[in-house]
Design a protein around this ligand. Structure first.
Ligand code: URA
Length: 241
C-alpha cells in the first residue's frame, strides 16, 4: 500500500506537493471515482487516473549504463539511429535516461522508470557533481583552466564554479587530457565551456555521476543499482533543494 500522492509523484507526473494539489482539486480518480482526501493509500491493483489519463505503475528499477559513443540518449530516434534503450530490450519496464549525454559522448548514464527520482536529480538546484574526462585540441594554459573554475560566460549565462585538473598533455600531438567536475547540466555544457577558452573537445567521457562511477563497466554494459546506491543518490539530490 502506498500513499496516493507518492504513486503520482513516482510516475513522474508531478512533485509530491503538486500531486497533493491535483488530488485536492478533484483531478485524480481511483478505480473510476474522484478522490479528494490526501490520506488514502492504494494497492498496485488500484487503477489511478490523473486528469483522465491512467498512470503506469511499475516497480521502480535503476540502472547504470556505460553509453558508447554514437548512441542517442533517448528512447527512440526518428532517424532510426541507435538509442540507449536498445541495450535494455531484456527488461519489461519502460525506462528512460536521467538527463542526456551527447551522441558523441561516452560514459555513465543513469536510467530508471522512477520519475520522481529522475526529476529530483535533474532539478537545477540538485547540484549533483558530474565528472568528465576531456581530450582537447591544443593545450589550455593554467590561466584558461582557472577561467573555467571561476565560471565562464556562455550564451545562456555564466556557468557555476567548476573544478579542472590537467591529467596529461601531449606536446607532439598538441592535445591534453583534462578532468572537469561540474554541478550543472546544460546542453553541451562541457564542450561549450572549452570552446569558450578556445579549445575544441575531441573526446568526452563522463566518469562519475554523484556517488556513482563506472566501476568495471565496459562500453555497452549495464549494472543495476543497489537499494543503498539509490538512497545515496536521492539524499545527495535532496540536500540541495
Ligand atoms: N557536456 C557536454 O558537452 N556533452 C555531454 O554529453 C555532457 C556534458
Amino acid at each position: 500500500m502506498e500513499r496516493l500522492q507518492k504513486v503520482i509523484a513516482h510516475a513522474g507526473i508531478a512533485s509530491r506537493r503538486k500531486a497533493e494539489e491535483l488530488i485536492q482539486e478533484g483531478k485524480v480518480k481511483v478505480n473510476g471515482k474522484v478522490v479528494k482526501e490526501l490520506g488514502i493509500k492504494v494497492t498496485p491493483s488500484d487503477r489511478v487516473e490523473v486528469e483522465g489519463i491512467q498512470i503506469e505503475r511499475e516497480e521502480p528499477v535503476y540502472f547504470v549504463f556505460y553509453k558508447p559513443r554514437g548512441v542517442i540518449s533517448s528512447v527512440n530516434d526518428e532517424k532510426g539511429r541507435r538509442v540507449v534503450t536498445d541495450y535494455f530490450e531484456f527488461i519489461k519496464e519502460r525506462i528512460y535516461p536521467v538527463g542526456r549525454l551527447d551522441y558523441d559522448t561516452s560514459g555513465l548514464l543513469l536510467l530508471t522508470n522512477d520519475g520522481e527520482f529522475a526529476n529530483e536529480l535533474m532539478h537545477p538546484r540538485s547540484g549533483v557533481e558530474k565528472v568528465y574526462v576531456v581530450k582537447t585540441k591544443g593545450i589550455p594554459s593554467r590561466e584558461k583552466l582557472k577561467e573555467l573554475d571561476r565560471g565562464i560566460r556562455l550564451e545562456d549565462g555564466k556557468t557555476a564554479p567548476a573544478r579542472t585538473k590537467m591529467l596529461s598533455m601531449d606536446k607532439k600531438k598538441d592535445s591534453s587530457i583534462i578532468e572537469i567536475t561540474i554541478r550543472e547540466g546544460r546542453n553541451r555544457q562541457v564542450r561549450r565551456m572549452f570552446e569558450a577558452i578556445g579549445h575544441q573537445v575531441v573526446k568526452l567521457k563522463r566518469e562519475r555521476y554523484g556517488t556513482l562511477n563506472l566501476g568495471g563497466l565496459k562500453p555497452g554494459e549495464i549494472r543495476e543499482l543497489t537499494p543503498h546506491e539509490v538512497k545515496q543518490l536521492r539524499t545527495l539530490a535532496m540536500k540541495h533543494q
